[in-house]
Ligand binder design. Structure first.
Ligand SMILES: [Mn+2]
Length: 334
C-alpha cells in the first residue's frame, strides 16, 4: 500500500485532478468526493468532481454539490477514486482513463481490490470521510464549513449516525472537532438526510415492509422490491437504500437481506448483519463486497431467482462451520 506522505505528495504536486466515487453514491461517497474536491480547489488546483448520474436529491443540501458535474471538464493529471471498492464500480466515463493519469484509490472497504496505481485503503476507518479528513489535516489544507459538513455527512451516514460498530472514539472525536471548529449543526444534517422523505417514499416502504419474511429459526429476515413495485411509485433508487435496516432490527435476526430488482433481470442484494457474521464474505460469493456488517452484490437474474440463490446459500453457511470462523475473526477485529 502507498504511504501517507506519498499520497500527500500526489495531492500537492499536480494541477489538474479528477475525482469520482462508486455507483449509487451514498453519503460517504458524496461527502468524501466533495470534501477532497473543495479542499484541492481552495489550494488553487483545477478540480473536476464527476458524477454521471448527478447528485442524489438527499445530499443536494451540501454546499458545493452544485460544482459536481455529470461529465469531466478537464484532462486530469491524477484520477482519485473515493469510497469505491473496485474498478468496475467506479462511476467515471471510460474516456477519462485514456489520459493515462494515475489512479489514486482512497477507501475503507474490506473487500477493496487495490485497483489503483496508488492504494490508500484502511478497513478500520469508519468512513472514507475519516481518511480524507486525516489527509487534509496532514497536508495542511485549509478547511471551511462546507468541507466540515461534507466530512461530517460522510462519517455520520456510514456509521448510521453513530449507531453501528464502526463508531469508534476516533470517529467521535473527529466529529466533535468538526462541530466545535466549524459551527456545523448535527441536528440539521440529520434532518436533511433522514427526515425529508417524500409521501411516495413512505408508501413504498409500507409496500416493501409487507414483503418481510423470517426464516424458521428466526435468524434470517428478508424483503423484496420488485420492478412492478418500483414502477408504481416515483421514488429514486437511493431513497430505498436504508430500507434494509428494518430487516436487521428484528430481535434474534443475524442476517438481514433486501432484494431490489434494479432492472428486469438484475437484482441488487443488500446484506446486513449483527455481531457474528461477516457479510462482506458472503456477498463476495456472488461477486459483491463491502464491510463485515454491511455489504452488497448484484445478481443478474430476476428477483425471485436471486432469492432462490441467496437464501439456501446463507442457510447452509449459518448451519455450517462458517459461522464459528467469522465469529473468531470478529473478536480479533473488535
Ligand atoms: Mn464508505
Amino acid at each position: 500500500m502507498t504511504g501517507r506522505e506519498e499520497i500527500l505528495h500526489l495531492l500537492a504536486k499536480y494541477n489538474r485532478y479528477l475525482l469520482g466515487c462508486h455507483l449509487h453514491p451514498d453519503g460517504d461517497a458524496i461527502g468524501s468526493l466533495l470534501a477532497l474536491g473543495l479542499a484541492l480547489e481552495t489550494a488553487g488546483k483545477e478540480v473536476a468532481m464527476v458524477l454521471p448520474g448527478g447528485v442524489p436529491e438527499t445530499f443536494r443540501f451540501l454546499e458545493g454539490t452544485e460544482k459536481i458535474l455529470p461529465a469531466p471538464s478537464l484532462t486530469p493529471e491524477v484520477i482519485i477514486a473515493l469510497d469505491c471498492a473496485d474498478r468496475e464500480r467506479l462511476l467515471l466515463p471510460e474516456a477519462v482513463f485514456a489520459s493515462g493519469a494515475p489512479v489514486v484509490n482512497i477507501d475503507h472497504h474490506l473487500s477493496n481490490s487495490m485497483f489503483g496505481d496508488f492504494n490508500y485503503v484502511f478497513p478500520e476507518a469508519g468512513a472514507t470521510g475519516e481518511i480524507v479528513y486525516d489527509l487534509l489535516a496532514g497536508g495542511g489544507f485549509t478547511l471551511d464549513k462546507r468541507i466540515a459538513e461534507a466530512i461530517y455527512t460522510a462519517v455520520a451516514t456510514d456509521t448510521g449516525f453513530f449507531r453501528y460498530s464502526n463508531t469508534s472514539s476516533r470517529v467521535l472525536s473527529l466529529v466533535a472537532k468538526l462541530v466545535a471548529g466549524y459551527g456545523i449543526s448535527p441536528s440539521r444534517i440529520a434532518e436533511e438526510v433522514y427526515e425529508e422523505r417524500s409521501y411516495d417514499s413512505l408508501r413504498l416502504l409500507g409496500e416493501v415492509l409487507s414483503t418481510l419474511r423470517l426464516s424458521a429459526d428466526g435468524k434470517i429476515a428478508w424483503m423484496a422490491l420488485s420492478q412492478q413495485l418500483m414502477a408504481a411509485y416515483s421514488v429514486p433508487l437511493e431513497e430505498t437504500e436504508n430500507f434494509v435496516n428494518y430487516t436487521i432490527s428484528i430481535s434474534g435476526v443475524e442476517v438481514g437481506l433486501f432484494f431490489k430488482e434494479i432492472t428486469p433481470g438484475e437484482t441488487k442484494v443488500s446484506w446486513r448483519s449483527r455481531i457474528t457474521v461477516d457479510v462482506s464474505r458472503l456477498a463476495a460469493h456472488f461477486g459483491g463486497g463491502g464491510h463485515a456488517r454491511a455489504a452488497g452484490c448484484t445478481i443478474k437474474t430476476p428477483i425471485s431467482q436471486a432469492i432462490e440463490q441467496v437464501l439456501p446459500f446463507l442457510r447452509s453457511y449459518l448451519a455450517g462451520a462458517g459461522l464459528k470462523n467469522t465469529a473468531g475473526d470478529e473478536k480479533k477485529r473488535v
